[in-house]
Design a protein around this ligand. Structure first.
Ligand code: ZN
Ligand code: ZN
Length: 184
């Protein structure tokens, strides 16, 4: 006879399905949505960790990432859910010096409280929705956008393009560079 462990409610297992490992092809519509209902009846201080792994993830219309890997730790507090999130991912950018596309590594983390009641919200104004589904995507997008460099560089020492002929100076040396070097 199989004994079913009821200490981990079914909805927690549903959250695990969101990891993308189970569904690498069909990304859920709300990949970073977590139902925290299972924590509501748990004692204050109860914590759950949920891991996310997605090969591709569109965080917003203007931010798509690859190799997304993150973990959220949710702790049931008196006045709400304490959410600690951290993740790493890559995103495709264009180098401002050589104009070549490259993969920029991004990493971010944040802590927020999602309050149970409107009169208990913190500065961020976050509330646990009535249906218990916290969608982390808008916040993750906000934090990840802040990590995108204002002047993206394919590498810190990118030599850029020759202003005369457009040669990629990372891979070639054109006559203009030589003349600059020999000129007094
Ligand atoms: Zn470059
Ligand atoms: Zn040149």
């Amino acid at each position: 006879m199989q004994i079913i462990d009821l200490r981990l409610p079914a909805c927690y297992n549903v959250a695990e399905l969101y990891t993308g490992l189970a569904y690498p092809v069909n990304l859920p519509r709300y990949p970073l949505r977590i139902n925290v209902g299972f924590l509501l009846n748990q004692p204050v201080g109860t914590r759950r960790d949920i891991h996310f792994v997605f090969p591709d993830l569109r965080l917003s219309p203007d931010l798509e990432v690859t190799d997304f890997s993150g973990v959220v730790q949710i702790t049931r507090m008196v006045q709400g859910m304490f959410v600690e999130f951290s993740c790493t991912a890559n995103t495709g950018l264009e180098c401002v010096r050589c104009l070549a596309p490259y993969n920029q590594a991004l990493a971010t983390s944040f802590q927020e409280v999602y309050a149970f009641r409107r009169d208990q919200v913190t500065e961020s104004g976050l509330l646990v929705p009535e249906d218990g589904n916290i969608d982390l995507a808008p916040l993750v997008n906000e934090y990840m956008q802040l990590e995108i460099p204002i002047k993206p560089l394919c590498r810190p020492d990118c030599k850029g393009l020759c202003v005369e002929c457009g040669a990629d100076l990372n891979t070639e040396t054109c006559e203009h560079q030589k003349s600059i070097r020999v000129s007094p």
